[in-house]
Design a protein around this ligand. Structure first.
Ligand SMILES: [Ca+2]
Ligand SMILES: [Ca+2]
Length: 238
């Protein structure tokens, strides 16, 4: 979900540089997006074997982050006019909180069935992102069964467009090659069961994915108003 994190999750980067002989400068763009700040102290010295050792202390208490935050730090060294510098780039990734109105299916995920029709696929996708989730992606038979269960809770509509709900797959980049909204091939999801004779690209104009009442995939027109199902990844809450 790497690409996805950049789009969906709150993230920020802190960039600072220091000369090897001590703290020189801290340049930070810290959590501007979520209006938080984080404190760092940084010291650098040479050890007995001549290695440069940089010690970074982050004051996490000032961040009020959940336990599932993640930080990746990359470092590089440069030397210019005899002055050695170390550059550190820290990227914090913090999942959005679980949306309050998503239902938990233990071991599978959190979901919300939007019974109101999204006018187009992109609107459905945007609504899920705004909620902190994404259009559902089916990764197993068990998850397909969750889709069926969600449908059973909404039995009142039986017209064609009420028998399919947008989910997060499409073949808009190359006809017939379905990928998830995060750019991964459909095959990598682990679930590729379509309704009979599909995907059929009906009318040469079906490039978005949906799930049927029976939990199977169907390609549908991206511009058709349909219900949709959002998901919040279980892994984000762990
Ligand atoms: Ca198609
Ligand atoms: Ca179809």
């Amino acid at each position: 979900m790497q690409n996805f994190q950049l789009i969906l999750l709150a993230f920020s980067s802190v960039l600072w540089s220091a000369r090897q002989d001590g703290i020189l400068a801290v340049e930070s763009k810290s959590f501007a997006e979520v209006n938080r700040t984080v404190k760092f102290s940084l010291t650098s010295r040479k050890n007995q074997t001549g290695h440069s050792v940089t010690r970074i202390i982050m004051d996490k208490s000032s961040m009020e982050l959940p336990d599932n935050w993640n930080v990746d730090i990359e470092n590089s060294f440069t030397e210019f006019n005899g002055i050695k510098s170390v550059q550190l780039l820290a990227v914090f990734t913090v999942p959005p909180p679980v949306p309050a109105d998503y239902d938990l299916f233990p071991g599978i995920g959190y979901y919300k069935f939007h019974r109101e029709l999204a006018p187009i696929f992109d609107t459905a996708s945007e609504i899920c992102f705004k909620e902190g989730g994404h259009l559902a992606i089916i990764n197993s038979l068990a998850e397909s069964q969750v889709m069926q269960l969600l449908w059973r809770l909404h039995p009142e509509n039986e017209t064609y467009k009420h028998n399919y709900a947008f989910i997060g797959i499409h073949d808009r980049l190359k006809e017939g090659e379905f990928t998830t909204i995060f750019g991964k091939p459909l095959i990598s999801t682990g679930f590729t069961k379509w309704i009979p004779a599909n995907p059929d690209n009906y009318n040469n104009d079906q490039n978005c994915g949906s799930v049927s009442r029976r939990g199977l995939l169907n390609d549908v027109n991206c511009g058709m108003a349909m219900p949709f199902i959002c998901e919040y990844d279980l892994s984000w809450s762990q």
